[in-house]
Design a protein around this ligand. Structure first.
Ligand SMILES: Nc1ncnc2c1ncn2[C@@H]1O[C@H](COP(=O)(O)OP(=O)(O)OP(=O)(O)O)[C@@H](O)[C@H]1O
Length: 366
């Protein structure tokens, strides 16, 4: 097990990158700590697989260093890095039995036969495939095959880390949840550094203690699921995490706050202070649907809006409102009764109203 550090890392698939857009990974520093359960979450094409392949050694980064426990491994082959990688599709030998598939990485490493037997049985038990051990792999279902693929990664006790690249893509939706729980349990039992790539926020937050959100070749936030929800560092995190995502509104500077259309939103003095010191005109405010308060009566700090739509999701409602020329989503309890076309009064609790300059969160200096 190792701490994996990425230092000034960048990667371009082009031989002659000319602009930041030519990079699949833009320069970043990051540490995956020893024994952590991490998810790497982001949309298609943001650079997740590239990052995993750089860690495992399948791809050589064009710039920067990969360090395992402080030692540079850029020149080491994937095999010498001792990384196990589980891909979207099972990588197993169909003609071999499940037992031989699991034993293979250990035989390769010259582990004594008695040790191999004990370890293969231990892993098969954890993955609940003990009764399949002496079956040919080709006779297994897709999810059983993927379990064997995972088992081949888990069976080696000397691995630095296990990297999962969307490992549940081929798995039946009902089994996905079970396998995710299994992986989490395995992590707790074996205490291995695990990095799990996915574009599914639910998958990321059920597996990982901390999630790295990737966007445009950068890690825009690394935090717990709660931190990503309550304090999105970047507009993309606000938009991508949550269902529906954060309401984001383009705004201009106004005395004591910001405005859009004819609406003026007051901000905290420290936010106004920072606004006055920045030149950027790329300004947004963000608030999650869960944090907007709705009332039928107006008060000093409320904004009048029209109800455009009410979507009943069984245990709660998602209400679409129009404030000025902006549409916003608001999450309300089941007993929300205002009808479409009626007027409601919104308030934005200050602690949940975020200000973004150039897409990044403006934070109070401690
Ligand atoms: N071998 C390659 N040669 C050239 N460009 C590549 C190669 N592999 C990936 N890319 C490009 O690098 C960028 C990042 O791709 P990558 O596969 O790392 O993203 P991803 O987040 O894993 O996407 P997905 O979820 O679709 O697998 C994309 O623009 C992609 O087109």
């Amino acid at each position: 097990m190792a701490e994996i550090q990425l230092k000034s890392l960048a990667h371009s698939y082009s031989d002659m990158p000319e602009s930041p857009d030519d990079y699949a990974i833009r320069q970043l520093d990051h540490v995956w700590h020893k024994g952590g359960a991490y998810a790497l979450l982001g949309p298609s094409g943001c650079g997740k697989s590239t990052m995993l392949n750089i860690i495992s050694g399948l791809v050589q980064p064009s710039e920067g260093d990969v360090l395992f426990d402080g030692k540079r491994v850029n020149e080491l082959s994937p095999r010498d890095r001792n990384i196990a990688q589980v891909f979207q599709f099972p990588v197993i030998y169909d003609s071999m039995t499940v037992y031989d598939n699991l034993a293979f990485p250990l035989k390769n490493n010259k582990v004594p036969a008695s040790k191999i037997k004990a370890r293969v049985h231990e892993i098969a038990e954890v993955l609940e495939i003990e009764d399949k051990l002496y079956k040919k792999a080709k006779n297994l279902t897709a999810d059983e095959k993927q379990k064997v693929s995972m088992g081949r990664g888990l069976v080696r006790e000397d691995v630095s880390a296990i990297l999962f690249d969307e490992p549940l893509t081929v798995i039946d939706p009902q089994l996905k949840w079970k396998l995710r729980r299994k992986l989490k349990q395995i992590h707790e039992q074996f205490d291995i550094t695990m990095v799990y790539v996915t574009h599914d926020q639910l998958e990321a937050s059920t597996f990982a203690d901390k999630i790295a959100v990737m966007y445009g070749g950068q890690i825009v936030q690394f935090g717990t699921p709660t931190e990503l929800f309550e304090q999105p560092n970047h507009t993309f995190v606000g938009f991508f995490i949550g269902s529906p995502g954060m309401n984001l509104i383009e705004v201009q500077r106004c005395p004591r706050g910001v405005c859009f259309g004819g609406t003026v939103v007051a901000l905290e003095p420290w936010q106004v202070d920072i606004l006055q010191r920045t030149k950027s005109t790329n300004l947004k405010i963000g608030i999650r649907p869960e944090f907007i308060e709705v009332s039928s009566v107006a008060s000093d700090d409320t904004f009048e809006a029209e109800v455009l739509d009410v979507e009943d999701l069984g245990t709660y409602k998602i209400v679409t409102v129009q404030l000025d020329h902006e549409r916003m989503k608001v999450r309300q309890s089941e007993d929300f009764a205002a009808s479409i076309g009626s007027r409601v009064h919104l308030s934005f609790p200050r602690q949940w109203l975020k200000l973004y300059v150039d897409e990044f969160l403006v934070q109070e200096q401690q």
